[in-house]
Design a protein around this ligand. Structure first.
Ligand code: J9Q
Length: 265
């Protein structure tokens, strides 16, 4: 798999030389190049931004340096004739990045990331790029970053680790893929008693049936507390009597295979 990243702050992407992704690059499992947008400018000041038409705060990234860089990168793309690389544009106005999008993008042969700064990239770049790329504006979530670089670090890690051979222990990946739409249960290690806090007894019992039941209950409790939006979309049609009882205790009834909030009374 090949990744290209275009940024006016290429040093921001230095963490991709380290750890899991750095090792995968060294081992040839993935190719990654970072390009300085300013190297595609033509003027003596290497200008990448200008004032917005129509007024408003801040600056907008000029189209031509983007066109120069994206043309070069598309020309060197490893994708087959008649197919297009994917251009990911980090933007708070994009579709939200999640694990299912990570799986989808991990199937691609060539991903190009365009890191915007300031108020964003001239919109015509995204329209123009659609001739040679599948263009996807992507958001990391509803908060404001100064630019796309940190979003790209997160996405490259989430996608890169799904490439076969990148994660040393593939059992971790299999376990994740079987994740059941609930938050993970809490984990503990030695010592069993630490600063007057004990690991729950059941985890020391060796009773694997009881342990599984205990963990599922904790998953349900913390999901209801922290991510009620996940409870709303949960398929509970195959839930056991005890699991349904936990949901009831948490204020939910089971209706048509869904957990629905009971009236407060
Ligand atoms: C480029 N706020 O924010 C959330 N996901 C992406 C972003 C973002 C931003 C500014 C520029 C990306």
């Amino acid at each position: 798999m090949r990744f290209d990243v275009v940024s006016i702050f290429p040093e921001y992407l230095a963490p991709l030389d380290l750890s899991l992704i750095g090792k995968a690059r060294t081992e040839g499992l993935l190719e990654l190049a970072v390009h300085d947008l300013r190297s595609y400018t033509q003027d003596r000041h290497r200008t990448v931004d200008d004032t917005p038409y129509g007024g408003g705060a801040g600056m907008v990234m000029k189209p031509e340096p983007w066109a120069q860089s994206l043309t070069d990168i598309a020309a060197a793309s490893p994708v087959a004739e008649g197919s297009r690389p994917t251009l990911i544009v980090p933007s708070p106005a994009g579709e939200v990045f999640n694990q299912s999008l990570a799986y989808e993008l991990a199937e691609e042969e060539h991903l190009v990331f365009a890191c915007g700064r300031y108020e964003g990239i001239d919109e015509r770049v995204l329209e123009w790029a659609a001739d040679s790329y599948i263009v996807r504006p992507v958001s990391l979530g509803d908060y404001v970053l100064n630019g796309g670089e940190v979003a790209v670090l997160a996405m490259v890690e989430a996608i890169g680790r799904l490439i076969p051979g990148v994660v040393g222990n593939p059992e971790s990946l299999i376990e994740e893929s079987h994740s059941d739409g609930l938050l993970e249960y809490p984990v503990y290690t030695k010592p069993s008693s630490w600063r007057e806090r004990d690991v729950p007894d059941v985890l020391l019992s060796g009773n694997h049936g009881k342990i599984a039941k205990f963990r599922k209950e904790l998953q349900l409790r913390r999901t209801a507390q922290r991510r009620p939006d996940l409870i709303d979309i949960l398929d509970v049609s195959n839930f056991s009597k005890t699991e349904k009882n936990v949901l009831w205790e948490l204020g939910y009834a089971v209706v048509n295979g869904r957990a629905v909030r009971r009236e407060d009374s």
